[in-house]
Design a protein around this ligand. Structure first.
Ligand code: AMP
Length: 177
């Protein structure tokens, strides 16, 4: 049987019920990393999604956004920018705060990592409500432009894409649930 790339990815993603808290069905992507051929196929498929978009850099969201984000940037031959949680980056940063279900969070990026006016693609492993990606987009927009959003997985029933559409119509995921 010839499985599509989507089927192969879905077959290795592990569902972990009630993690990190009751009621969440966690989509664990770590088994993908155990298969280097699948990793290569996955990243190549992401490259196809964005190859015509004049991407100047890929910004990955800590920490699972780094796994494929760096590989995507490498294959697109553009810089990779680390978006981190507050307090982890050593040099001068710009910050963006956003609301969580309880309380708020702040993400930041090294100020000199973003070329002013450049076209930055934002990558994370999974799109849920879109809150994290929107915050990342606002952070990038302090100095540059959001070229689009890239995810391995989109949880469509949470409607995150509708929020992202307000910032960019160029949102792509490899698989959806
Ligand atoms: P959101 O801001 O609601 O779009 O949540 C996206 C962020 O939370 C991403 O960094 C995901 O890695 C993580 N996340 C949210 N829901 C899940 C889930 N069901 N399984 C795995 N990761 C998730």
């Amino acid at each position: 049987m010839n499985l599509s790339l989507q089927d192969k990815i879905k077959s290795v993603i592990r569902d972990v019920p009630n993690f990190p808290k009751e009621g969440i069905l966690f989509k664990d992507i770590t088994p993908i990393l155990l298969d280097p051929i699948l990793v290569d196929e996955l990243v190549s498929a992401m490259v196809v999604q964005f190859k015509d978009d004049a991407i100047d850099a890929v910004a990955g969201i800590e920490s699972r956004g780094y796994l494929f984000g760096i590989l995507l940037a490498q294959k697109l031959q553009v810089p990779f920018i680390m978006i981190r949680k507050e307090g982890k980056l050593p040099a001068k940063t710009i910050k963006e705060s956003y609301d969580l279900e309880y309380g708020s969070a702040t993400i930041e990026v090294h100020e000199d990592a973003i070329v002013p006016g450049s076209n930055v693609l934002i990558h994370d492993d999974l799109l849920a409500t879109g809150g994290t990606a929107i915050a990342a987009g606002k952070l990038i927009q302090q100095k540059a432009k959001v070229a689009g959003f890239s995810f391995v997985i989109a949880l469509e029933f949470l409607n995150g894409i509708q929020h992202l559409n307000e910032m960019s119509l160029n949102t792509k995921s490899l698989i959806t649930y």
